[in-house]
Design a protein around this ligand. Structure first.
Ligand code: CTP
Ligand code: MG
Length: 226
């Protein structure tokens, strides 16, 4: 059986969500977002190691609920200035025997076991895996942020979510090839694609939202209590 390692970038400031505390530490229906995000991975039988990249000051003094979980299968590292830097820091700390790596945003607390399993299966067969949802809305392109110049054909277009999964060597090679340009990629899959490897879409659920804005916390409360 493959050994799966998980890197969770959780070192962002959550500026778009506002508030006094970075969004990943805020509670959704009484449970911190990051704790919700961790649970399906720590409960997964193939997951051998989880590394969470945190803001440097939080690594020094993690919240109590996180301190009690730290151990052989869960570590924290200081993240970096960009998401890519945070993922890189996590990758470097991941146990050597994990041959499959999943990268999952701390800001997606509602990932399903089905999605994790499907991503692991594709990655274990030697491909990159990106969980996606087909676009439901009509897509417009503007020139100046106002005037529509084109309605983009949405056929074949998908929204990419996480966890994205890869053979570890494939992801490592993509980060090495990207070097200083790593932060110009918005997800791991695009970096792997740019390095010439094959990435496959895994159908995901739209409930696997990324909590980004203030308003998303309203949706999150609903999803958590349904
Ligand atoms: N992230 C990270 N290190 C950074 C920036 C982001 O680990 N330097 C993480 C965030 O904590 C989040 C994920 O990457 O879990 C996705 O990023 P995003 O949703 O953009 O979160 P933030 O960057 O925190 O939010 P914002 O862009 O609104 O400030
Ligand atoms: Mg961000």
């Amino acid at each position: 059986m493959n050994k799966v390692g998980v890197v969770i970038p959780a070192a962002g400031r959550g500026e778009r969500a506002g508030g006094n505390v970075p969004k990943q530490f805020r509670e959704i229906a009484g449970v911190p977002m990051l704790l919700r995000t961790l649970r399906p991975f720590s409960a997964h039988p193939s997951v051998e190691d989880i590394v969470v990249a945190l803001p440097a000051e939080v690594v020094e003094t993690p919240p109590d609920w996180l301190s009690t979980l730290l151990g052989e299968r869960l570590h924290v590292v200081p993240g970096g200035a960009t998401r890519a830097d945070s993922v890189c820091a996590g990758l470097a700390r991941l146990r050597n025997d994990c041959d499959i790596v999943l990268v999952h945003d701390a800001a997606r607390p509602f990932v399903s076991r089905e999605t994790i399993d499907a991503v692991v299966e594709v990655a274990a067969s030697g491909f990159g895996a990106v969980p996606c949802v087909p676009l439901a809305d009509t897509v417009k392109r503007t020139v100046d942020g106002v005037r529509v110049v084109e309605t983009v054909d949405r056929d074949g277009l998908w929204r990419a979510q996480t966890p994205q999964g890869f053979p570890r060597t494939m992801l490592r090679a993509a980060y090495d090839a990207a070097g200083a340009r790593a932060s110009s990629f918005t997800d791991e899959a695009s970096m792997v694609e740019a390095n010439g490897a094959t990435v496959c879409v895994v159908r995901d659920m739209s409930s696997n939202i990324k909590v980004t804005s203030r308003e998303d916390f309203i949706f999150a409360e609903v999803l958590a209590t349904r």
